[in-house]
Write a new protein. Structure first.
Length: 288
């Protein structure tokens, strides 16, 4: 079966490069931790929605998903307690939301029966869990390289508690998809198609949530094109029509740009012109 790994941000920045920068800037570090908390909290809702769609069948899957909800809730309260102890914000994180972007890009229209719902649901969970593992692993490595302050140690220990369970979630999803794929040639084709589709959706969600620089609208449209190419031909026009507007006419994107520019100006007007403006128009993000 095809194995798909999370892609780099704008095909340039790895999770490690991003987290190495984040841990040295406390404000940004607290925002990232709060995003983790928010995503873990929100995933409980998404998992619950899937459980309710399944309506009790298959029983073993409903049971396993219920355990998954418990794990995610525990991760959310660990991170919430951590942020509370660090006197950081625990409200809705500022800026674009990865999990919200992922949700609005989801496509369950092709799921006509219980089996299709299971394939789509598990694949969607699996791609986001892989991204979570990538970022948690990079975060732990970044913290080990950083100054060993009590705060950094406390943050690392919290993420290290979460990481093994997230790895198990990925392994669980891989096993489930492999079992379904082995059940018939038709299901194998469905699993392969779902993997391509949700990998494209997940990468687009990452890019949508992080890319606020000049030209982001064009790049968003390109990611939308890549998603559409994974769909059956008869589903493409509807999906494109539903998501085209959000890709290029996005009010939250403009609001986030303004807020970042305002903060950069208030912090240091000289740096605003010397660093922020050139970065905003830069094609290459490396070493910025």
């Amino acid at each position: 079966m095809t194995v798909i790994y999370p892609g780099k941000f704008r095909n340039q920045l790895t999770a490690q490069a991003i987290l190495d920068r984040v841990v040295g800037q406390r404000d940004a570090h607290m925002v990232v931790l709060n995003r983790y908390r928010f995503n873990e909290q929100h995933s409980c809702k998404d998992l619950t929605d899937l459980i309710e769609k399944l309506d009790g069948q298959p029983k073993d899957l409903v049971k396993e998903l219920s355990h998954h909800v418990s794990d995610e809730a525990r991760h959310a309260y660990w991170l919430g307690d951590l942020l509370y102890e660090l006197e950081a914000e625990i409200g809705t994180p500022p800026g674009m939301s990865y999990i919200s972007e992922f949700e609005q890009l989801l496509d369950y229209n092709g799921a006509n029966d219980k089996e299709d719902i299971v394939i789509d649901g598990i694949t969607a969970i699996n791609v986001t869990e892989k991204r979570g593992c990538e970022y948690f692993a990079a975060h732990i490595r970044a913290l080990k390289k950083a100054e060993q302050t009590p705060e950094n140690i406390k943050i690392r220990e919290t993420i290290e508690k979460i990481m093994p369970e997230e790895v198990e979630h990925v392994k669980w999803g891989n096993r489930k998809l492999a079992q379904i794929a082995k059940s018939s040639p038709e299901n194998r084709a469905k699993v392969e198609q779902a993997k391509r589709k949700y990998a494209a959706i997940e990468q687009a969600a990452l890019e949508y949530s992080m890319d606020i620089l000049a030209g982001a609208e064009v790049r968003r449209l390109d990611h939308l094109r890549k998603i559409v190419e994974t769909l059956p031909i008869w589903q493409r026009p509807q999906y494109l029509a539903e998501h085209f507007g959000n890709a290029i006419f996005n009010g939250q994107l403009q609001k986030t740009r303004f807020e970042f520019a305002q903060k950069a100006w208030q912090k240091d007007p000289n740096a605003f012109f010397e660093k922020f403006v050139p970065m905003f128009f830069a094609d290459n993000l490396k070493n910025k």
